[in-house]
Design a protein around this ligand. Sequence first.
Ligand code: 13P
Length: 321
Amino acid sequence: MIVPAKVLFEHAYGNYALGAYNINNAEQTMGLFRGCIASSAPFIIQISKGARKYTDKRMLEGIIRSAEEIFPDAVFAVHLDHGDEETAHDCIESGFYSSVMIDASHEPFKENAAITRRVADHAHSKGISVEAELGQLGGVEEDIKVDEKNVCLTDPNEAKEFIAASGADSLACAIGTSHGAYKFSGGQGLHFDRITAIQAAIPGVPLVMHGSSSVPQDEVARINAAGGQLKEGAKGVDPEQYLPAAKLGVCKVNIDTDGRLVWTRVHREFFKDKPAEFDFRPVGKVFMDEYALFIASRNKYLGSAGTLDAVRAHAKKVLGL
Ligand code: 13P
């Protein structure tokens, strides 16, 4: 059942966070749904601009609609990840998305707020929620690259002014994470004091944590042992920090890189062990199983595991179903 993101946030707020997982193809979609059903968790499917272009945006929509039929118990929202203004308006018009992100965080404050306001006005007229971003995360996410020197944590006072000016429903904040596989080189982690201060400035507004992959070191080591050349030693977010962040108002935790690492590890190891193999289905099946296990494990850290029946009951009540 596809539901408005708002309905999921209402249930999660202050208790647990929803995993927001990026998908690009049928295998990821199957693994995601299986993992969420196995762990009884609601979730958010994220579609990036790159994912929309990878095959065709209608292909992904078809895959997700099919998954909704195959897994009638699933409760989830469909979200545009890191949209520009044109893509956000397109997704709002499509009637398929529950929520869109407009990412104008690279613009000056006033311009960011003005762009977000235009998207929010359009989205709200169709009952769709808007996620905006304030502050700058480091790292690489598709065509967005932010150098270390330009990283800046979200200012709580600005957050208050921004929400009032932009009409955004949830706010992606820079609270110490970065995108991609190379995040923290040392012992850095989340800035819990900053999350607390932002939430105090905008009570009730769900916060979103981008760049939340944990970049498991054993995963990186296995990829490299099977022929990969990933830089070792760079850590991601400790998944034990997801739930404490959720209790402070982080309702959505974005995870993409870790899923790519699962894909890379499975495929590298499979073809290393079976060099004569050329059928992609056996390895695809291994990937779907492994991705489902990974998703279920993340949902446990997020605290969303085990909440599916309660979320469905809440959604049916508020949607009058
Ligand atoms: P990761 O690169 O840490 O997986 O973050 C993904 C993300 O924030 C997508 O918006």
